[in-house]
Design a protein around this ligand. Structure first.
Ligand code: CP
Length: 307
């Protein structure tokens, strides 16, 4: 892989290899030999993040890489420096890999096209969030050991969700049946997947993936009654009871408890929400070690004694 920007660019074989590498990392079956000379990774987050930024930082340290923290509010972004010039600067001073999150669609891809080092998209506007998708795929695979034929519903604010987009592309590449379920004004007709009512979703799907309502991406804050939203479009306790016995609940988080999902379901038996976060560290280790290997920056990835 040259960069990791979109799940549209990744083949079925490449996704399967990344899922396998993530499990290898998780189970200690494979590990990257820590570099003997420093390999710096710049985490350029131009939009808030808890999970993605922190799990990249931990993943980098676990791989023996050196994370460079970047805070736009105390950087030369405040003097008008562009994302591109910021990225070029980090490249010039010695970063070997860039992890970029930005509120505008396609900015990360545009920057990557002009870089001589690998770039990972950590979320671009409503565009894509490929490492979130990989950790979601790993969580699904842990449960079912397959993707082909699984029914996966992506439920909520589809129109503004980069998680929905990346997962719909990746899951359909892997042969899963993807459905959306959404309030009519948050449907995205540019994505060619069928929409189901939430009551049909809970009774028929193996995976119910809820999405956060992306208030920050709405034209203006839409006032809506939260309880009414939960009752009409969300996962209530009553609906959870009608899910198939083996079905699981996912949510990329942060969760609006009591809005997309009933508060008490966030940590219920079916929920894999915190498991997703744990898996995110290993998925990001897999992506970074793969890129460093493919670019010849650091390719000492070997079977550990535990294999
Ligand atoms: N799921 C996710 O991207 O969370 P953060 O915005 O906290 O990184």
């Amino acid at each position: 892989m040259k960069h990791f920007l979109s799940m549209k660019d990744v083949s079925e074989y490449e996704i399967q290899q990344l899922v396998k590498r993530t499990e290898d990392m998780m189970l200690g079956r494979k590990e990257m030999v820590h570099p003997t000379t420093p390999v710096f990774v710049a985490n350029l987050f131009f939009e808030p993040s808890t999970r993605t930024k922190m799990s990249f930082t931990i993943a980098e340290q676990r791989l023996g890489l050196k994370p460079l923290d970047f805070q736009p509010e105390v950087s030369s972004v405040q003097k008008g420096e562009t994302v591109y010039d910021t990225a070029k600067t980090l490249e010039a001073i010695g970063a070997s890999l860039l992890v970029i999150r930005h509120p505008e669609d396609h900015v990360v891809q545009q920057v990557a096209s002009k870089m001589s080092i690998p770039v990972i998209n950590a979320g671009d506007g409503t565009g894509e969030h490929p490492t979130q998708s990989l950790l979601d795929l790993v969580t699904i695979y842990q449960e079912f050991r397959r993707f082909h034929g699984l029914k996966v519903a992506i439920v909520g604010d589809v129109k503004h969700s980069r998680v929905a987009r990346s997962n719909a592309y990746a899951l359909s590449t892997l042969g899963a049946k993807v459905y959306f379920s959404s309030k009519p004004e948050w449907q995205d007709q540019t994505l060619d997947f069928p929409y189901l009512d939430i009551d049909e979703v809970v009774e028929t799907c193996d995976v119910v993936m809820l999405l956060r309502i992306q208030h920050e991406r709405h034209d203006q804050r839409q006032s809506f009654e939260q309880t009414e939203y939960l009752l009409n479009y969300g996962l209530t306790v009553e609906r959870e009871k009608r899910m198939k016995p083996h079905a699981i609940i996912l949510h990329p988080a942060p969760v609006n408890r009591g809005v997309e999902i009933d508060d008490c379901l966030v940590e219920c038996e079916r929920s894999r929400i915190f498991k997703q976060m744990t898996n995110g560290v290993y998925a990001r280790m897999a992506v970074m070690s793969n890129l460093l290997e493919d670019w010849g920056i650091h390719n000492e990835y070997q079977a550990s004694e535990r294999e």
